[in-house]
Design a protein around this ligand. Structure first.
Ligand SMILES: *Cc1c(COP(=O)(O)O)cnc(C)c1O
Length: 387
């Protein structure tokens, strides 16, 4: 079976230096907040063109932290797509707020600015919830339509988060999503384009005070610089807890792994784009291949096509030694625990249609041309047989 994502090929390329970096942390004893954490945050901010980056426990907590920092909670509405991983929407109930589900663009699968506009107006008209923020997702690695989404946010005074868990490193007109968003979040779950060897995440932001607040929230609301300025203490200020936070530290070992992976990340993004181009060349005459936002560069977390008879394609590919996956078979607003939250007026027809049509193919920077030929041939045989 061809691997769906080949993390071992990457590990072999990284070789001994990766293992040395891990062992160095083990031997140092600085398992929590060791020096690798600050160095990784510095490099991550530089890579993502953001003034500040804060590592944290996971991509889910990376979404929760800014919501907490803005004081978003009960009675507040945060708008997000339903065609995404559950964590995008889960962040809202975790702080007591309500997700409001918005439809997607039929080609990029990302937040539809018109559906967003309509959803915000509907929530305002109804008057039960206060619109506070929008979470746009760079689904499958491709950038959302940030200029249009940011315009809608500015018009309504809403904060904008780019959930770049799948799209970290993607650009639009050469700029990273943080150019338009107040905050970018990402996940280092191993299968993401930039993954570690466990759980991890990060929040990128532009404002020093906001970053300070995140630093505090990440470690139990501990007092930070601005909290203790001009004050004197009889005890260590470290044990002064001035707000309700949580524990969302990333392990030092994960930062050490990520520092090694950062060295090849740019090169891997280029390799992912070559793999995507080969798929498009082999398939675009027969199936709907992915569309990236105009001016955008995807990091290709997934390569997702649309094909008639989707449910039969998976088993057909498996017979030919090719794994596949459906992201996402059930939109979030159709899942029991999320079904009580509001949607854009008129519902989410595009989201619901796409859930029945999409299928994702093996995608990683080390996919060989031979393996790809085998995948393309199996899909072509299926489509031709089905016609
Ligand atoms: C993976 C993912 C997350 C959550 O990341 P974790 O690190 O698994 O908590 C959030 N949003 C999207 C779009 C994701 O794909």
């Amino acid at each position: 079976m061809i691997p769906f994502i080949d993390l071992q090929a990457q590990r072999k390329r990284l070789g001994q230096p990766l293992e040395d970096a891990i062992l160095k942390v083990v031997r140092s004893g600085a398992y929590i907040m060791g020096p690798e954490i600050a160095e990784f945050e510095r490099q991550l901010a530089a890579f993502g063109h953001a003034p500040y980056a804060l590592s944290c426990g996971s991509g889910t907590e990376a979404l929760v932290l800014p919501l907490m920092a803005w004081g978003i909670g009960p009675g507040d509405a945060v708008f997000c797509p339903s065609f995404t991983f559950a964590a995008t929407a889960e962040a809202m109930p975790l702080v007591g707020a309500s997700p409001v589900f918005v439809d997607i663009d039929p080609d990029t699968y990302n937040l539809d600015p018109e559906s967003l506009q309509a959803a915000i107006e509907a929530v305002k008209r109804e008057g039960k919830l206060t619109p506070r923020a929008v979470i746009a997702v760079d689904l499958f690695g491709g950038p959302a339509d940030y200029p249009a989404i940011a315009r809608v946010c500015a018009k309504h005074g809403l904060k904008l988060i780019s959930d770049s868990a799948q799209g970290f490193g993607c650009t639009l007109d050469g700029k990273h999503p943080i150019h338009w968003a107040h905050v970018t979040t990402t996940s280092f779950f191993p299968a993401k384009p930039l993954g570690c060897y466990g759980d991890g995440g990060a929040v990128l932001c532009k404002d020093e005070k906001f970053h300070d607040l995140l630093v505090s929230l990440r470690v139990h609301g501990q007092a930070v610089k601005s909290d203790i300025e001009g004050k004197t203490f009889e005890h260590d200020a470290k044990y002064l807890n001035v707000r309700i936070g949580m524990n969302s530290r990333m392990d030092t070992i994960q930062a050490a792994v990520l520092l090694e992976k950062m060295k090849i990340f740019e090169d891997e993004i280029a390799a992912r784009n070559r793999v995507a181009d080969r798929y498009a060349a082999g398939l675009s005459d027969l199936v709907k291949t992915p569309t990236v936002q105009d001016g955008g560069v995807s990091v290709w977390a997934q390569y997702t096509i649309e094909v008639e008879g989707r449910d039969e394609l998976g088993p057909h590919l498996r017979e030919h030694g090719v794994p596949s996956a459906v992201y996402y078979p059930i939109p979030i607003h159709r899942q029991g625990v999320y079904s009580g939250y509001p949607t854009a007026p008129g519902g989410l027809p595009v989201t619901e249609a796409k859930a029945g049509q999409v299928i994702s193919l093996p995608m990683h920077p080390y996919l060989s041309a031979d393996d790809q030929d085998q995948i393309v041939a199996a899909i072509r045989a299926f489509v031709k047989k089905n016609r």
